[in-house]
Design a protein around this ligand. Structure first.
Ligand SMILES: Cc1cc2nc3c(=O)[nH]c(=O)nc-3n(C[C@H](O)[C@H](O)[C@H](O)COP(=O)(O)OP(=O)(O)OC[C@H]3O[C@@H](n4cnc5c(N)ncnc54)[C@H](O)[C@@H]3O)c2cc1C
Length: 497
């Protein structure tokens, strides 16, 4: 497959956020685009009617402190529709009680030991073990010493002990991508902690304190440049909002993107079965599942990694193996409405995380009507919860049918919040193999895959690259387009290639 020099025609494989952004930027750059999507346009961004409101089925907020999603919203003229969560504090369920996550942490690594002690999250022994970090020497396997990427869990357990990892760090990080810190790449999933680990000071607490102090300095944007995760460095309540979403839910993003690409030929209800060199070895040919062939100068593949892998086999075999080698977690999201009188108090907090060792099926529940003002309906006086189950190492939910699953989740919610009446409405979404897991060395493997693809006319974008969240996907799609030599005008001027 020959190298694409500013393609005239391009194929976009997949019509989720990444594919739509790629199609938008390509068509704004004057490229003729065909987009192929077998299922629902929007992919994992779906919003539908629930209990008389529009409630997201999957993602419901994007990180504001990295620029890419906010800039896209600006380009799509959605700025005026963005709102931020009404509540910032969150609970974690430990020892049969909901406890407020203390202020002063970097991705769960506590910088303020007094706040941690006051939260009641850890036993005195657990607290003392965290404080040992201040004196523990470096280990040859630490990132700073070894030079290579490491797994989050073993490194943090060595420095801070098990309890804080089990009760705070694993639920926070695992809540983002349904992963297990035991096998999660520090550099790819939590670049903030990777930077702290490489600061030269073996103490993670001191490095995180320094990071928080720098972030608090006027004019600093603490996590700019890192789009890997959908959570943030903790900060005080008066600071600018961390997350945002369009008022009508994530479907507004999808609708605005679709509205902005009228010239794109959308092939709906079909999937790409094979990618191969185009006629005469020039460009690329996409063969669809019905045998139709589409020829173009270039292709951008935005499918989940387990689909991307086989699609790349004839183009870049090593890159294909890299994408095929990425594990995926499966989750289910249960949206439930309860009469307010039938549920414990959810006010003042946005939701509750559940550590693995608490023995529940539920991994987290988001208090929808506390978190989002637009979901409150005084006439109904109800509470909407969005509850997740499933994470790496715990796929028990896949053995349950919808009725069993809903019953188990209500039983768990009873333990977490107190439930005295049945939900008035239930919606269940199963997101199978939906969240790619970045193992140690992930960023190096992705860089090698991109290097193998660079001389070809095929590019990859999506959740498998450098972040599973919305901003990172926007960034990856735009970078894929730019790497084909295409530039596009934005409301701020011409985008940098
Ligand atoms: C439950 C859940 C909650 C989330 N919450 C958040 C959140 O709150 N904030 C946040 O920032 N991110 C969140 N995310 C992540 C966010 O949803 C993703 O970053 C984003 O939607 C990914 O978009 P994408 O286009 O890369 O992938 P997808 O949306 O997966 O799109 C890929 C598309 O490719 C299509 N496809 C598959 N096979 C083929 C084929 N052979 N040919 C053509 N097309 C094909 C699929 O049908 C799909 O539409 C969440 C994800 C999940 C699963």
């Amino acid at each position: 497959m020959s190298e694409a020099k500013r393609p005239e025609r391009a194929i976009v494989v997949g019509g989720g956020l990444s594919g739509l952004v790629a199609a938008l930027r390509l068509s704004q750059g004057g490229v003729e685009v065909t987009l192929v999507e077998p299922d629902r346009i929007g992919g994992k961004l779906q919003t539908s009617a629930f209990a008389g409101r529009l409630v997201d089925e999957g993602a419901d907020a994007f990180l504001l402190r990295v620029p890419w999603a906010a800039a896209l919203a600006h380009d799509l003229e959605l700025d005026g529709e963005l709102i931020s969560p009404a509540e910032r504090s969150a609970h974690v369920f430990v020892g049969g009680e909901r406890r407020t996550i203390p202020h002063g942490h970097v991705m769960g690594v506590p910088a303020d030991l007094d706040a941690l002690a006051a939260s009641g999250l850890l036993s005195p022994e657990g607290l003392a073990r965290v404080a040992e970090d201040l004196h523990l020497p470096a280990d040859p396997t630490d990132p700073h010493e070894a030079g290579t990427d490491v797994a989050v869990g073993p490194y943090l357990r060595r420095r801070l002990g098990d309890e804080v990892v089990d009760h705070l760090i694993d639920p926070l990080l695992g809540g983002i991508n349904a992963g297990d810190t035991a096998t999660m790449s520090l550099a790819a999933v939590v670049p903030q902690l990777d930077a702290a680990a490489r600061s030269g000071d073996p103490s993670l607490l001191r490095s995180c304190r320094a990071q928080l102090a720098r972030a608090a300095a006027p004019g600093r944007n603490p996590s700019a440049g890192s789009g890997a995760v959908v959570a943030a460095i903790d900060e005080p309540a008066e600071a600018p909002p961390i997350f945002a979403a369009p008022m009508g839910g994530m479907a507004r993003f999808v609708d605005a993107l679709v509205g902005a690409i009228p010239s794109v030929d959308v092939v709906a209800g079909r999937s790409v079965a094979v990618l191969e060199p185009g006629p005469g070895g020039r460009g690329v040919r996409a063969v669809l599942d019905d045998g139709t062939a589409i020829d173009a100068d270039a292709a951008i593949v935005t499918t989940p990694a387990h689909v991307t892998g086989p699609l790349l086999a004839a183009v870049a075999p090593d890159a294909a193996a890299t994408f095929l080698g990425i594990d995926h977690s499966s989750v289910a999201m249960l949206t439930m409405a309860f009469a307010r009188a039938d549920l414990g108090d959810t006010t003042g907090h946005s939701g509750c995380l559940v550590p693995r060792d608490q023995g529940l099926l539920v991994t987290a529940t988001s208090y929808g009507t506390s978190k989002w003002a637009q979901l409150r309906d005084p006439e109904r006086d109800d509470v909407i919860l969005r509850t997740s189950v499933g994470r790496t190492g715990d796929l028990r939910f896949t053995d349950l049918d919808d009725t069993e699953l809903a019953d188990e989740v209500v039983a768990d919610l009873d333990r977490i919040l107190g439930v005295t009446g049945a939900p008035t409405e239930v919606r269940i979404g199963r997101w199978m193999r939906s969240l790619p897991q970045y193992a140690p060395g992930h960023l190096e493997r992705i860089a090698a895959a991109e290097a193998e693809l660079a001389p070809t006319s095929v590019r990859v974008a999506g959740m498998a690259l450098r972040g599973v969240g919305i901003p990172a996907c926007v960034r990856a799609a735009e970078e894929a387009v730019a790497s084909l030599g295409v530039t596009w005008p934005t409301r701020r001027g011409l985008a940098p290639a």
